[in-house]
Design a protein around this ligand. Structure first.
Ligand code: SAJ
Length: 422
């Protein structure tokens, strides 16, 4: 059978590879010619995909990419894995989902299964996708099949990947659920958990990520309060984590990054307004998480002040711009607002990140620097923003004049003359 994957990003490309490895002939669709070209050249660009797998699958013609949607005619099933970002007013931007659905509807043939995987507000599949597909005259549940199945990808996770992570599936009809579940069971090893509607599947994904968002906000609020009270929040969390039931540790940080956790809860907030409901907890958590860059810069100012240095004119070396450790992605990284505030205070900053050679900051590309003893010596303050495992933490502690560690990189080390932490 031939299956399609629309959107060849950190969700779509691993899924396309798994489907090809399971024996399907896979056509990957992407509007970015650059991605299409790299896939067809067997050049991997997603950390969680194994380069070797991609080469072999492309060479054996089990996997190919295209930007020509007429190939939808050839597929028996297609998964939509396109971005669902927010706009500046934290409003859902559904343009990629909508344009993909319309492109699929144009060339779809009877018998085809369509599954939306992008994280979105509950109701998207029934209210947005279904009418676009029904406009073709094909009947959902008879001629074609429509379901929602949220992606669960934890970039960089060595234990859980596309193949072994349990999958939730909700079809517009029972028949749609069965067809979708059968397709995933043919590809994945993990449990395929069937639910009664797309809305249940859409809502459970939002619950997963909102759960993380608000618990990280709680950890951040504890960090702010513990700092005021002179209590080590990291020690507190580790002690709480000794509770073997009913507790799960989350840790404070410089803010909330990535294209999921800071974004997804706002899809629910937006939809809830339609029902005249105000998601107070989500909004409060968002305010706390969004306040962390300010808190970090305020702490930097305090630490410099103790050395009788003004922020203005101080040299600050920021370690890490990726939104979490050991990945090369800086989307929504909280380091960007931190750098923005440091700039406003007149600090001279540089960033060192082994995974990122340059990043877009205030509309221009900024290069990162290699972490050297000289760079550490030059700096009035070193901020550990992302605790990449590749940093030389002993060198940092032995050399830096002052360190502000936002990630507990030294495992509950006590604060001392040069070392401060969130
Ligand atoms: N963070 C904290 N404290 C924590 C955990 C995370 O400050 O205790 C921060 C991280 O530094 C990062 C952000 O939150 O900036 C998001 O971290 P994350 O661990 O949720 O990583 P993501 O967004 O790359 O992947 C998540 C998945 N991760 C985990 O479940 C561990 C999962 O939430 C989703 O499957 C996935 O997003 C998605 O695509 O929805």
């Amino acid at each position: 059978a031939t299956v399609g994957v629309v959107g060849l990003g950190y969700v779509g490309l691993p899924l396309a590879v798994e489907k090809a490895k399971a024996g399907f002939t896979v056509i990957g669709f992407d509007v970015q010619e650059e991605k299409v070209g790299m896939v067809n050249d067997g050049k991997n660009y997603i950390g969680d995909v194994i380069q070797e797998d991609l080469e072999v699958l492309v060479a054996s013609e089990k996997l190919k990419a295209t930007s020509d949607y007429t190939f939808i005619r050839d597929v028996d099933a297609v998964a939509i894995c396109v971005p669902t970002p927010l706009d500046v007013y934290k409003q859902p931007n559904m343009q990629y989902v909508e344009s993909s659905a319309k492109a699929i509807a144009k060339y779809i043939t009877p018998g085809t299964l369509i599954v939306l995987e992008s994280t979105t507000y509950p109701g998207t599949t029934e209210e947005l996708i279904k009418p676009i597909l029904e406009a073709t005259g094909l009947v959902i549940g008879e001629d074609i099949f429509l379901a929602y199945s949220p992606e669960r990808v934890d970039p960089g996770n060595k234990d859980f990947n596309t193949k072994n992570t349990p999958k939730v599936v909700g079809g517009v009809t029972k028949g749609c659920t069965n067809v979708a579940a059968a397709m995933y069971r043919a590809v994945l090893d993990g449990e395929v958990h069937e639910v009664s509607s797309p809305a249940v599947a859409e809502m459970e994904k939002i619950l997963e990520n909102t759960f993380r968002n608000i618990n990280i906000a709680l950890a951040n609020e504890m960090a702010i309060l513990c700092n005021k009270m002179g209590i080590d929040v990291w020690e507190v969390i580790d002690a709480a984590a000794t509770k073997p039931y009913g507790f799960m540790p989350f840790y404070p940080g410089p803010g909330l990054g990535g294209h999921c956790i800071p974004i997804d809860p706002w899809y629910l907030t937006w939809k809830a307004r339609e029902y005249n409901y105000h998601t107070k907890l989500i909004e409060t958590a968002g305010e706390i998480n969004d306040s962390m860059p300010d808190f970090v810069v305020q702490r930097c100012s305090e630490i410099l002040n103790e050395q009788k240095k003004a922020m203005n004119g101080s040299k600050i070396l920021v370690l890490g711009v990726a939104y979490k450790r050991d990945i090369d992605d800086y989307r929504e990284s909280p380091v960007l607002p931190i750098l923005d505030r440091l700039t406003k205070f007149g600090a001279e900053w540089e960033v060192s990140d082994p995974y990122i050679t340059e990043f877009r900051f205030n509309g221009e590309m900024v290069g990162t620097v290699v972490l050297t003893e000289e760079k550490l010596k030059e700096a009035d303050l070193v901020v550990i923003a992302t605790n990449h495992s590749g940093f030389d933490y002993e060198l940092i502690k032995a050399t830096a004049k002052a360190i502000f560690d936002t990630r507990n990189s030294y495992e509950n080390a006590n604060e001392e003359s040069v070392y401060f932490k969130l």
